[in-house]
Every structure is written in structure tokens, then in C-alpha cells.
Design a protein around this ligand. Structure first.
Ligand code: NAD
Length: 468
């Protein structure tokens, strides 16, 4: 049992004022693996004060000094990479191969942002001598969910540091072991006191306190659309800047000229990535009516190829859901699909046989009507809804008939046509003939509609000023 009874505030691991504890469970084995002491509002207030004090000096540091900090964090994470991976496998149930990719991506963010910062124009002098200045905004409150813990933390921290802001971070309380190792990396990287302050705690208590605090200049939130709405309301009282990276219900259109031997296995990977606990999961699949039977067969066959369960095996693609709450939530959605008249092609209610943890059955529904709950709401689990369309226009109309706009996917062999369709999917990220972006570092994080108000990086942490 790992005991996490210290939090990283002001460059030190300190005992929190909060006394409530949460037991951490390995979702694969259901063993208790740790206990975290949760912060309370007093801890959050202390963290904000430290970040505010640190801002006075950190906001004046040079680009070279900030570049060194980004480099040092990258190096510290590289040294502890195996431990970071082991913690994510144990605490989150994430299969090892995917875990390695995400940790690598997370640490690379520091290098990519360092490069971007080197080219960044913090000041521009106009022909008449007027100046556009970009000054660090202040203390950033960052709040993240339990999926992809390292990615969320690093993607929020790196541009804030580059911009000269200090940060109070509330990660998910379910990621406390992963967060603890990351904090040790920050400490080993000798980041300046008060630059990064981490408070483990409950969202309704600590998260909402950060959001409403007068000394917070920017809120950078990743999580559900429901909580995003509450944060928006609270932030509006002080016209605070917000970056909101919210939920999704992304569409995947298989065009009639797609190579089904690759498009269908790919569609399953897109839907079931991270066991479906991915904001960008392609959970609505649109296929030509004429190919429905063939595609159903291919889906069932391709699903057999997806390895589930032995999460330390290099070949494993799917692990358990993160906790009982998430497992129960997914079961409720499957039950609601059945009740509303959708048909189960494969999967269904209950746990996967032979596995101990929170393993939901990967489930594919057919006969789904666009107004059913499973078609409209984000499930955040391995549930795929299959729809048919008559022609391209109908496919696009159905794909865009959602409150969300996070991601979209298109498969087809005529690339010009696939690009034309991709450009008409109203979403932040759209991928043609592939899964999600796995490159090195940062891309704009720009959900559309109720998937949020995205970010384009360093600019969002700066106050533009015009001096003439
Ligand atoms: P959540 O919204 O329940 O919680 C996210 C974070 O917000 C947690 O740290 C939680 O403690 C905190 N929180 C909860 N209530 C709060 C409040 N009232 N005020 C301030 N903070 C509060 O989400 P979750 O269940 O942890 O994560 C899953 C959700 O995250 C899904 O909807 C998923 O799509 C979304 N997500 C989005 C992206 C993206 O980039 N758009 C990425 C990953 C996850």
C-alpha cells in the first residue's frame, strides 16, 4: 500500500491540512494499492498564495531560464519513465504499450514547447514604434481528469511555464500515485519554489474553490462537459479566462470506397482506445447501407483480434475501466441501449468472463436511432454505435448532429474526396485513414461546440497589450 500523505506545494512535500482519505484500487486486480490524503480549501488557498508569491519573480525570468526548466523536467521524467509507466499500469489499468506511448508524448511536450518558445514573439515593435507586448497572465488553475494523467498535466504545465505563469494544479484524486511520481520529477528537476503546486482533492470542494478564487487569472480545465458548464458559470462572475477541453461523441465515417480490411479494425481501435475512456473515441460509426452486413461480419471478426486483459503484455490493447463508478456507468448505458430497442451485435451487460477487474464487454450496437441516449451522450467506455447512411450528404448530416465537436474520422481510398468530407465534419481534430495523432508533442487542443473552448498553446497564457 502506497501512502500519499504529502502534497507538492511551494517546492516542498508538505502535510496537507485536509484529513479525508481515499483508498486507491488497482482496477485490474481489485487490490487496494494506496491511500491518498485529500487536500481541502485551506490547502488550495495556501497553494494559490505560494503561486502568487512565486509569480512576482517567475514572471520576470528570461526565456533561457524557462527553457532550462522545461529541459530539466523532460530529463527528470526520462530518468523515471519506467516508474511512471508502472504506476499508470497499476493505478489506471492502462495496457503497457499504450502507457509507454502516452508517457513519451507527455515528456516530449516539454521539449516541443521549449522549441516553440525559442521562436515565440513575446514582443513586436511596429513601424511607428508602437509595441505589442505579451505579458504572463498570472496564476493558472489547472484541473484534469483521471484518464491520461501525465498528458493532461504536462500539456497544461509546459505552455504555462513558457509564458511565465505559475500554476496550481488539481489532478484527479484517482491518479494520486501517478501524480506523486510526477511531482518527484518536478522536485528532481529543481523547479523554482511555487512555480508548480499540486493539490489532490475532490472536484466539488478543491476544484470549485480554485475556479472561484480572485487570484486565479486563467482556468485550464479538462473533463466532462457537465463540469465544464459549471466552471464556465463560476468563471463568468469575474470574466475569467477559461480553456475548456470537454467531452466528445465523435463520428467515424466509412466511405463506400474505403478499404474495409484496414478501415474496420481501425474503427474498432478508434472506438476502444483506452478502453473507450478517451475523449476522442470514435464512438459513432457511419457505414454505407449497402455494406452493412459485410461490415457487421468484419466488426465481429476484427474484435476477436483485439487483445484484452493481460495489461502487461506488449500486445494488449484494452484494459479495465478505471473504477467501479465508471464500470457501473457503462453498464447503465448498455442497459439503456437495450431498453430503447438497439440490438447488440456483440458484447452486452456484465463483466468479461475470466477477468477479475472492472472489465466491461466491448459492445457494438446496431439498430441505433439518433435520438437514443447511447447515440447522443458520451459513454466513456467500450461501446460503439453503428449507423447506416444512404449517401455522403446524409452521412455528414448525421455525423454533425451532435452537441459535441471534439474529433472526427473518415476512411476512403479517394483521398481528395475523403479530405472534402473531413473538412465538413465540424470538429477540432479530424483524421483521415488513421487513428489519433501520435506525433511528438503539442497540437492545438481545440474542441468545437460543447466539446469546449480549446487552446493554441503559449498565447493563451499571455495578456496582449498595445503600447503606442
Ligand atoms: P469530470 O468532469 O468529472 O472531472 C474532471 C476533473 O474536474 C476532476 O479532477 C474532478 O475532480 C474535477 N471536478 C469535478 N467537479 C468539479 C467542480 N464542480 N469544479 C471544479 N472541478 C471539478 O471528468 P472525469 O470523469 O474525471 O473525466 C472524464 C471526462 O473528461 C470525459 O467527459 C472526457 O471526454 C473528458 N476529457 C476531455 C478531454 C479533452 O481533451 N477534451 C481529454 C480527456 C478527458
Amino acid at each position: 500500500m502506497k501512502k500519499i500523505d504529502r502534497v507538492y506545494i511551494n517546492g516542498e512535500f508538505v502535510k496537507p491540512h485536509g484529513t479525508k482519505t481515499l483508498v486507491l484500487t488497482n482496477p485490474d486486480t481489485l487490490e487496494s494499492i494506496g491511500e491518498v490524503t485529500l487536500c481541502d480549501k485551506k490547502d488550495a488557498a495556501f497553494a494559490i498564495k505560494c503561486a502568487k508569491d512565486a509569480f512576482k519573480t517567475f514572471s520576470k525570468t528570461s526565456i533561457e531560464e524557462r527553457a532550462q526548466i522545461l529541459q530539466n523536467i523532460y530529463e527528470a521524467m526520462s530518468r523515471r519513465e519506467d516508474e511512471l509507466n508502472a504506476a499508470a499500469v497499476m493505478e489506471y489499468g492502462s495496457p503497457i504499450t499504450a502507457t509507454r506511448g502516452r508517457t513519451r508524448f507527455a515528456k516530449n511536450v516539454f521539449l516541443t514547447v521549449k522549441e516553440q518558445m525559442g521562436r515565440f514573439e513575446f514582443e513586436r515593435v511596429l513601424e511607428d514604434g508602437s509595441k505589442i507586448l505579451k505579458a504572463p497572465l498570472g496564476v493558472v488553475a489547472a484541473i484534469a481528469p483521471w484518464n491520461a494523467n501525465y498528458t493532461h498535466i504536462c500539456q497544461k504545465l509546459a505552455p504555462a511555464i513558457a509564458a511565465g505563469c505559475t500554476v496550481v494544479f488539481k489532478p484527479s484524486e484517482y491518479s494520486a500515485i501517478q501524480t506523486q511520481i510526477l511531482c518527484e520529477c518536478f522536485d528532481e528537476a529543481r523547479v523554482p519554489k511555487g512555480l508548480i503546486n499540486i493539490v489532490n482533492g475532490i472536484g466539488e470542494e478543491v476544484g470549485s474553490y480554485l475556479v472561484a478564487h480572485k487570484d486565479i487569472a486563467l482556468i485550464n480545465f479538462t473533463g466532462s462537459t457537465k463540469v465544464g458548464r459549471e466552471i464556465s458559470k463560476s468563471a463568468a462572475k469575474m470574466i475569467k479566462r477559461t480553456i475548456l477541453e470537454l467531452g466528445g461523441k465523435s463520428a467515424n465515417i466509412i466511405l463506400d470506397d474505403a478499404d474495409l480490411t484496414s478501415a474496420i479494425p481501425n474503427a474498432l481501435k478508434i472506438a476502444f482506445s483506452n478502453s473507450g475512456q478517451a475523449c476522442h473515441a470514435g464512438s459513432r460509426l457511419y457505414v454505407p447501407k449497402s455494406k452493412f452486413d459485410l461490415i457487421c461480419e468484419l466488426l465481429v471478426e476484427s474484435l476477436k483480434e483485439i487483445k484484452i486483459g493481460n495489461i502487461r503484455d506488449e500486445e494488449c490493447y484494452m484494459g479495465p475501466l478505471v473504477n467501479k463508478t465508471q464500470f457501473d456507468r457503462v453498464q447503465e448505458y448498455i442497459a439503456s441501449g437495450i431498453k430503447e430497442g438497439a440490438k447488440i451485435l456483440v458484447g452486452g451487460l456484465g463483466r468479461l468472463e475470466g477477468l477479475k477487474g472492472y472489465y466491461a464487454k466491448p459492445t457494438i450496437f446496431t439498430n441505433v436511432k439518433p435520438d437514443m441516449k447511447i447515440a447522443r451522450e458520451e459513454i466513456f467506455g467500450p461501446v460503439l454505435c453503428l449507423f447506416t447512411y444512404k449517401d455522403e450528404q446524409e452521412a455528414l448530416r448525421l455525423a454533425n448532429d451532435t452537441i459535441y465537436g471534439l474529433a472526427g474520422y473518415v476512411s476512403g481510398t479517394d483521398l481528395e474526396r475523403a479530405k472534402r468530407v473531413a473538412e465538413q465534419i465540424f470538429a477540432g481534430w479530424v483524421y483521415i485513414n488513421k487513428g489519433v495523432y501520435e506525433g511528438k508533442g503539442v497540437i492545438p487542443h481545440v474542441g468545437a461546440k460543447q466539446s469546449g473552448i480549446g487552446t493554441n498553446g503559449i498565447d493563451d497564457y499571455l495578456q496582449f497589450r498595445f503600447i503606442s
